[in-house]
Design a protein around this ligand. Structure first.
Ligand code: AMP
Ligand code: MG
Length: 474
């Protein structure tokens, strides 16, 4: 069997030392591969090679040729509080690879040991969050949502202490880049404007080569992030920890800590055990992302020759962001009721259905999918008389569209990674049974194509199965 091969072509490591700390992964006791993503590897020109060697590399015991491991520096607002220094505390960028589509992508190990930015943490991850991120990020990709990807998950053979002893794991994550809002914030806060300018130049070259000034860059990031959050809303995804350090410039979903999908719909739904105020509740996400983007605006302002004079322009762009968010929401929600080219007045029609769902605690995924599959969601809502009124209006509106059913079938997944399945998968893997893990990975490759063997993934949790809180596991 051949050796693993990664065609590294690193650029971030060429930036000055102040952007990161060079750091090697800390070896673990007994690496073994749990799962690898062959399709993604092939897209990236990576040869996974012999499993045992791959496990050694992706657990951090052996560095692949060309890797230049480093921990990236960033800051961030965590639950609204500015933390002037965060940085990769349990992750390392190994390097970059240009994939077969010409896109440069980071390869990162998460759970690879302490770094200068660990702030007292152990630099490790346990299997639970590693496998949750693997399954959910790959499911998101299959749902068509921009996201970091999962290349592999390994067991370390070491014990990690959280609430008790847990099996350790390392995730190999792939991202368009790991540059975050917080990456800009750290240099703005330190008034290191030369570094800020260098980061801007680097990021623009990588993500927005046509951009010339920071304001235009801000507009692009706003477009990507509002579109992303709208896509989350459309599948019932709750990120759970939308701190500015978990907000990627690339517009990809990043950091699947305490994330969860809605089962029954209510806009105030929160799963994250650390989100006690509901700051990152499902329905709060569209406002929250604008708050984060306003922090990016503040961090970019010093790049303009006269920040005071430029302030109104930046404020206008952020204000306009609220409108972009509304448009994006409609763009991704309207197809769920068969409307491909929505008009402003369709918003009310969608909200009326959502209200009916909230009132009766309807299952988010199944209600929309029933509408798509059977042409009615009557059995999924509690107030049937009110539903019938809505249905008449909806029929009249959707009759003006061409083939609304196909639009709905393509917009409404038959299943999403439900929390109780994720929890059961983690419990299985911890006790050595990886069958549910592999079943979930396979099923979530085609979330719009239900098959008899994926029927059980469509069922909402029974009361006893319902997961009420999720944990970062950090
Ligand atoms: P998160 O919001 O989960 O992405 O993490 C916030 C910050 O805490 C980041 O700087 C992480 O690198 C750091 N962190 C999280 N868990 C650990 C850990 N086990 N050891 C060291 N640093 C950690
Ligand atoms: Mg993070």
């Amino acid at each position: 069997m051949t050796d693993p091969y990664f065609p590294f072509d690193n650029t971030f490591a060429r930036l000055p030392e102040g952007f990161f700390a060079r750091q090697s992964p800390v070896p673990v006791r007994a690496p073994s591969l749990i799962v690898s993503n062959d399709k993604l590897a092939s897209d990236m020109g990576i040869t996974l090679g012999a499993e045992s060697t791959l496990a050694q590399m992706l657990a951090g015991n052996v560095l692949p040729k060309g890797a230049e491991p480093l921990a990236q520096l960033y800051a961030g607002h965590q639950f609204g509080q500015f933390n002037p220094q965060l940085g990769d505390g349990r992750a390392l960028l190994l390097g970059e690879v240009v994939d077969r589509f010409g896109i440069r992508r980071d390869i990162q190990l998460k759970g690879s040991g302490p770094t200068p930015f660990s702030r007292g943490g152990d630099g490790r991850a346990w299997l639970g969050p590693v496998l949750r991120e693997y399954v959910v990020s790959e499911a998101m990709a299959a749902l068509g949502i921009p996201t970091t990807r999962a290349l592999a998950a390994v067991r370390t053979g070491d014990v990690v202490y959280r609430d008790g002893p847990m099996p350790g794991g390392v995730l190999t994550r792939v991202a368009g880049s790991h540059i975050r809002v917080g990456s800009f914030q750290v240099f703005a806060a330190r008034q290191q404007f030369d570094h800020l300018q260098q980061l801007f130049d680097y990021t623009v070259a990588r993500h927005d080569p046509e951009v010339v000034d920071p304001l235009q860059f801000l507009e692009n990031v706003i477009s990507r992030q509002t579109d992303l959050v709208a896509r989350w809303m459309a599948v019932g995804f709750i990120h759970g920890v939308m701190n500015t350090d978990n907000c990627a410039i690339s517009g990809e979903t990043i950091d699947y800590g305490p994330c969860a999908f809605l089962d029954s719909y209510h806009p105030e739904t929160v799963f994250s055990s650390i989100d006690r105020m509901g700051r990152y509740a499902y329905g709060a996400q569209p406002d929250l992302i604008l708050w984060n983007l306003a922090q990016l605006a503040s961090a970019l302002l010093p790049l303009t020759p006269d920040p005071q004079a430029a302030l109104p322009d930046y404020q206008a762009v952020i204000q306009n962001g609220a409108e972009k968010m509304q448009h994006a929401w409609l763009r991704h929600m309207a197809p769920k009721i068969g409307l491909k080219e929505p008009r402003a007045e369709d918003k009310a029609l969608i909200h009326e259905l959502l209200q009916l769902m909230a009132d009766g605690g309807s299952d988010f995924t199944n209600t929309f999918r029933a509408l798509a599959e059977t042409g009615t969601a009557r059995n999924d809502v509690a107030n049937r008389e009110a539903y019938d009124d809505w249905h008449i209006k909806w029929r009249a509106r959707s009759a003006k569209e061409s083939d609304p059913q196909t639009v709905m079938l393509n917009a409404n997944p038959a299943f999403i990674p439900r929390n109780h399945h994720i929890e059961a998968m983690i419990q299985g893997a911890v006790s050595g049974d990886e069958s549910l893990l592999h079943k979930l990975i396979a099923a979530h490759e085609s979330p719009f194509d239900p098959r008899p063997d994926t029927d059980d993934l469509r069922k909402p949790p029974l009361d006893a199965e319902r997961v009420s809180a999720t944990f970062c596991g950090t």
